[in-house]
Design a protein around this ligand. Structure first.
Ligand SMILES: [Zn+2]
Length: 359
């Protein structure tokens, strides 16, 4: 698949997801455009600006067009055979079945929608060359997914985070929300590993992320912070989607960075606004590292990771402790070289060991 057809598919997916979200929004709240729809439209607009082909730019215009065949008003759609000629986004005044099929759906749909803010932050920082702001925002989400509002405010006053302050508003689109808007309860507990609010499951508090809970048990982590219902109004936390897609992978990325820095390596987190996760500079070697906390590894997933130029090796790195990943890593020889395209699969432990041999 060429990258442009992938872009078209992604844009269509955002538009469809946004329309479904729009339909689910109560009519009195429809002045807030769903994030996915906004992102889809801005992507469509950005691509059209390059090609010179017009696209709807306002919401009323978009809704009007959405009722007619996509291929009649959106030039790039014509190149995709997976879009039927007569497919529309809106049908009989409702979101079409076609759009529903394309919308991010299933049990993770809320999480996937919340994850869009991570994409938006990246696009924003990329556009305005805010590499350091991006790094600080991702570090904050990784290290403190839950904190007191006064602490968050102080952080947002710092130079780099102030530049991306808009992503930290407490509306439906910010990274953090008041905890009382996210979860109910009479007592609140923070996971001793990731620092996010646990959930009550069959009478027991556990981390919302299964792999995190496994590690808590394996490492026998016990320093659980308890926050009472009286105190909770002072607290804010990232949304569950941001926890899943930002905090949890961030923990591994930050862990590996710290370990490599301890060894004396020079490490750049999210170089060039997240082209990959870590650039590691050792006396004789330069590595590009992408850390994945995937629950499964497949050739298809690996084919989306890019082998970086200008480095000696690109590693796709998996946590050691994550039991779900270990079988794939053990059987790594089964992956075809063409699927790997020069990528090397390693565990975090193996990367640290390899770095030790060089420094
Ligand atoms: Zn956790």
């Amino acid at each position: 698949m060429s990258s442009s057809s992938k872009d078209i598919k992604n844009t269509l997916q955002y538009l469809a997801t946004g329309l479904v979200a729009w339909e689910e929004t109560p009519p009195d709240k429809r002045d807030q455009i769903p994030q996915a729809l906004r992102l889809g439209m801005s992507r469509m607009y950005a691509a059209a600006a390059l090609s010179g082909k017009p696209v709807p730019t306002t919401l009323p215009e978009f809704f009007k067009k959405a009722a007619s065949p996509i291929k009649s008003w959106w030039e790039p759609a014509k190149t995709l055979s997976t879009i039927p000629d007569n497919a529309t986004l809106i049908e009989d005044g409702l979101v079409s079945d076609f759009a529903r099929e394309w919308a991010l759906s299933g049990k993770d749909s809320i999480h996937q929608n919340q994850e869009l803010i991570l994409v938006e932050l990246k696009e924003f920082c990329d556009r305005y060359q805010l590499e350091e702001s991006y790094r600080k925002a991702r570090e904050l989400i990784g290290i403190q997914p839950a904190l007191k509002l006064v602490q968050l405010r102080k952080k947002l006053d710092t130079k780099e985070l102030a530049k991306v302050r808009d992503f930290f508003k407490f509306d439906d689109e910010g990274f953090y929300r008041p905890v009382t808007d996210l979860f109910g309860g009479i007592e609140y507990r923070l996971c001793p590993r990731c620092g996010y609010f646990q959930r009550l499951w069959e009478g027991e508090y556990i981390c919302r992320k299964k792999s995190c809970e496994l590690i808590v048990r394996k490492q026998k982590l016990k320093n659980i912070r308890v926050i009472s219902a009286e105190e909770i109004s002072e607290w804010v936390a990232v949304t569950p989607g941001v926890h899943r897609y930002g905090t949890i992978p961030g923990i591994w990325e930050l862990f590996l960075r710290d370990k490599l820095v301890e060894l004396g390596a020079k490490v750049t987190l999210y170089p060039q606004v997240d082209r990959y996760d870590l650039l590691v500079e050792l006396p004789t070697q330069k590595w590009a590292i992408d850390v994945k906390d995937w629950s499964y590894v497949s050739e298809e997933r690996l084919s989306k990771v890019k082998c970086q130029p200008d480095v000696d090796a690109t590693f796709v790195v998996f946590p050691d402790e994550n039991d779900l990943n270990i079988p794939a890593i053990r059987k790594r020889k089964k992956f075809q070289p063409q699927a790997l395209k020069g990528l090397q699969l390693k565990t975090i432990g193996e990367v640290i060991k390899a770095a030790k041999e060089i420094v």
